[in-house]
Design a protein around this ligand. Structure first.
Ligand SMILES: Nc1ncnc2c1ncn2[C@@H]1O[C@H](COP(=O)(O)OP(=O)(O)OP(=O)(O)O)[C@@H](O)[C@H]1O
Ligand SMILES: [Mg+2]
Length: 342
C-alpha cells in the first residue's frame, strides 16, 4: 500500500498515463504507456521523454496556468504512424498526462480523404474530355461529319467509363454493407465459371486469346451469392484478358474439393492463369486497394478504374474465402480464389 494517501497508483491504471513530479521528472507511467514510450523514460525529464514541441508547449502552459490542456503526440509503431490525444492535468506542482490512441480514427479520416480525391479525379478526366468535345462540336467541327462521328464515339466511351466507375463504387459499397451477412445460396462453382465464360464470350473473342477450362470440381458446391461470385470470376478473367492477352492463352482451373489450411476447412479453388507480362512483387500486396493500378495510363486506356480487385477482395472475404495473387515477371500471373464448401 502506498504510504502517501494522495499518491496516484499509476502503475495499476489500465490505460496509458504518466505522472510528472514537481521536479519535472517522469515519476511513473502505466504499463500500457511504457509499451509505447519505452521503460527508459522513467526518471527522465519530461522534455526528454516526449520531445515534440506542441506536446511540450501544452505541458508548460498547463504548468503555468494550473489549467488542464489537450494536445497531440505522434508516435510510431513499427511501420505505422500513431496519433495520440494527450490530456494534461495539473495536480498541484505535479502533472498527470493521459494518452488516448486516435490512430484508427485518423486512418479512417485519411482513407476518406484519399477516397474522395480519387473518385473526383477519376470523374474529372472524362468530364473534362466531354466538355472539350462538346465545345468542339459546337464550334470548329460543327459541319464536319467525319469529326463529329469520331468525337461522338469518344464521348460514348468516356460516358461508359463514368457509368462503369459509378456501378463499381455502388457494387463495392453494397458488398461492404453485406459483408457481415453470410451468403445463403449453394452454388456449383464449376458451373458458375462455365456460365460466366459464356457471358464473356464477346470480350474473349475480341481479345483473340484462347481460353482453356479444366474443371475437376465434380460439381462441388460452395455457399455463395451467385451474382457476387460471377463478379469475382468475371473480374479475374477480364484482368487476365486485359493485361495478359499478349501471352495468348488463358488457363482456368477449378480444383477438386480438398482441405485448405488457410480456411481450416474443405474448399474449392478457382485459378485464373495468364502468360502475360506479370506483376512486380512489390505491387502485389497493394493490388486490392481501391484505385491501385500498376500502370495507371495503361489501365485507363483499357477502361479500368482500379476497383476490380478491391471488389473481388471484399466479395471473397464475405464468402469467408481467400484470394491469392502469384506472379512472375515475364511468365504471367495466377489469381486464385478458394471458397469453403457448402
Ligand atoms: N492478370 C494481370 N496481369 C498483370 N497485371 C494485372 C493483372 N490483373 C491485375 N493487374 C494489375 O492490377 C491492377 C488492379 O487491377 P483491378 O482489376 O483492381 O483494376 P483495373 O483492372 O485497372 O480496373 P477495373 O477492374 O476497375 O476495370 C491493374 O490496373 C493491373 O495493373
Ligand atoms: Mg480489373
Amino acid at each position: 500500500m502506498p504510504t502517501d494517501p494522495t499518491a496516484i497508483p499509476i502503475a495499476a491504471l489500465p490505460f496509458p498515463v504518466m505522472l510528472i513530479d514537481d521536479r519535472q521528472i517522469v515519476a511513473a507511467l502505466s504499463p500500457s504507456l511504457a509499451a509505447v514510450l519505452g521503460d527508459h523514460v522513467r526518471g527522465r525529464h519530461y522534455i526528454n521523454a516526449l520531445r515534440q514541441p506542441i506536446t511540450l508547449e501544452a505541458i508548460e502552459a498547463a504548468m503555468k496556468t494550473g489549467q488542464p490542456g489537450l494536445t497531440r503526440w505522434l508516435g510510431r509503431d513499427g511501420a505505422r504512424d500513431t496519433t495520440w490525444d494527450v490530456h494534461v492535468i495539473p495536480e498541484g506542482r505535479r502533472m498527470v498526462l493521459t494518452f488516448e490512441d486516435r490512430t484508427a480514427a485518423e486512418e479512417v479520416g485519411q482513407f476518406r480523404r484519399d477516397f474522395v480525391a480519387n473518385v473526383s479525379h477519376e470523374l474529372r478526366t472524362p468530364l473534362t474530355a466531354l466538355q472539350g468535345f462538346i465545345e468542339t462540336l459546337r464550334g470548329a467541327a460543327r459541319n464536319d461529319a467525319v469529326a463529329r462521328e469520331r468525337f461522338l464515339g469518344i464521348m460514348e466511351r468516356e460516358t461508359a467509363r463514368m457509368t462503369q466507375l459509378v456501378d463499381d463504387l455502388l457494387s463495392l459499397s453494397r458488398v461492404e454493407e453485406g459483408e457481415r451477412m453470410r451468403p445463403v445460396q449453394t452454388i456449383a462453382l464449376g458451373e458458375l465459371v462455365v456460365a460466366t465464360l459464356a457471358d464473356l464470350e464477346p470480350v474473349i473473342a475480341a481479345s483473340g486469346v484462347t481460353v482453356a477450362l479444366n474443371d475437376d470440381s465434380a460439381g462441388a458446391m460452395v455457399r455463395g451469392d451467385a451474382n457476387q461470385l460471377r463478379q469475382v470470376i468475371g473480374n479475374l478473367i477480364e484482368n487476365a484478358i486485359k493485361y495478359g492477352a499478349s501471352g495468348g492463352a488463358l488457363i482456368i482451373r477449378v480444383d477438386s474439393a480438398m482441405y485448405h489450411r488457410g480456411l481450416r476447412a474443405d474448399g474449392v479453388t478457382l485459378h485464373v492463369q495468364d502468360r502475360g507480362p506479370g506483376i512486380a512483387q512489390h505491387h502485389i500486396p497493394r493490388l486490392t486497394e481501391r484505385f491501385y493500378r500498376v500502370d495507371t495510363h495503361r489501365s485507363r486506356a483499357l477502361g479500368g478504374t482500379g476497383l476490380g480487385l478491391a471488389i473481388v477482395k471484399h466479395i471473397v472475404s464475405r464468402h469467408r474465402g481467400r484470394l491469392l495473387i502469384e506472379s512472375t515477371i515475364g511468365q504471367g500471373t495466377t489469381c486464385s480464389v478458394v471458397l469453403p464448401l457448402a
